[in-house]
Write a protein that binds this ligand. Structure first.
Ligand code: UVW
Length: 329
């Protein structure tokens, strides 16, 4: 098994620090050029749309973990308010909110509902911003880890990537189909860089600079069957960071909880691929993307490339963002 010396050697090999200047906070999204976006748009041939986001609900996958929670959705104005407040609101003399709302409802037919959501930004389908993971007290491009404060990420926050869309050519690599798995890739056999090449070859799709690569492991389909968000399945071996680097990939996303294999291939550290991608390469990771319907369509027509549109929310200083990515063919 590799150790921290191997890890640090690979970290130096894949590092993009300084590649786009000392002030860069976009990382590998810099590979997405105007030509790349035009190329991606040309892949839309049939008007088929595949939403890749999962439900943001109370039975989502993060309920399995104590340090993250499923979204809590709360109604702040609803039908009960309208009927009661229209009748009794003005008499509610100790609640200015009720009095104000009742003004909207009296003597007019207008009604409305409002709501709010409380959730970790990592609750369901998400992008990890470059400030999500770090080590040795440094973020991507050498920004100090201390620049993420209780006010949010001053450097490498999700809001910094807004100008990039995020949109590019998407390529699906369907590992479930390739391995002939029933539903999902069970734990114990991480996906290797060589296997990624094999899948691309057998799907007859090329991988190019600026692509966003989607890895299907079947984990999301399995979760829908079992409801068990803590069940682990195979993901990318940490050495796939070098594959992503060598192919000039803009970002990578998967249908599982952490993209990479949950069993660290580096003795003495947890989630080494997260560290290499987010902190050394400046490459964003997408998690809990539902690739089932897209994969079925790709298998049917043999086309594994498409336009991908996946803009994060502009949450200022956030280290990640919910997203509802769309693949268009
Ligand atoms: C961490 O890296 C801590 O989480 P995630 O797998 O959600 O990116």
């Amino acid at each position: 098994m590799a150790g921290l010396t191997d890890f640090r050697r690979v970290a130096r090999e894949v590092s993009n620090w300084g590649r786009w200047g000392d002030a860069d906070e976009l990382g590998t999204l810099n590979f997405i050029t105007a030509e790349k976006i035009t190329e991606a748009a040309s892949l839309v041939k049939h008007g088929k749309v595949f939403p890749l986001g999962v439900d943001f609900g109370s039975s989502g996958p993060q309920g399995a973990f104590q340090f993250r929670h499923n979204p809590i959705h709360v109604m702040t104005v609803d039908g009960g308010d309208t009927s009661t407040l229209a009748q009794h609101g003005p008499q509610w003399d100790r609640n200015p909110g009720a009095q104000e709302l009742s003004k909207y409802f009296q003597d007019n037919p207008f009604r409305f509902n409002d709501d709010m959501i409380i959730m970790p930004l990592q609750a369901a389908t998400q992008w990890d911003a470059l400030s999500h993971v770090y080590y040795d007290d440094q973020l991507y491009n050498g920004f100090p880890a201390g620049s993420v404060t209780s006010f949010g990420a001053f450097h490498c926050g999700i809001d910094k990537v807004d100008g990039k869309g995020i949109t590019s050519r998407g390529v699906l690599l369907d590992l479930v189909r390739h391995r002939g798995a029933d539903t999902f890739l069970e734990l114990g056999n991480p996906i290797t860089p060589g296997e990624l090449d094999d899948v691309a070859r057998s799907q007859q799709v090329t991988i190019g600079r600026g692509d966003i690569v989607l890895i299907r492991t079947g984990w999301w389909a399995r979760f829908l069957e079992t409801g068990d968000g803590s069940e682990l399945g195979a993901g990318l071996d940490w050495r796939c960071a070098s594959w992503l680097h060598d192919h000039d990939i803009a970002a990578v996303a998967a249908d599982n909880l952490m993209v990479e294999d949950p069993v660290s291939g580096v003795k003495g550290t947890f989630l080494p691929m997260h560290m290499l991608c987010l902190r050394d390469m400046g490459l964003m990771l997408g998690e809990y993307w539902d690739l089932t319907a897209l994969a079925a369509d790709c298998a049917a027509d043999g086309i594994y490339e498409f336009q991908l549109v996946a803009p994060p929310l502009r949450v200022v200083g956030a280290v990640g963002s919910p997203v509802n990515p769309i693949a268009i063919k």
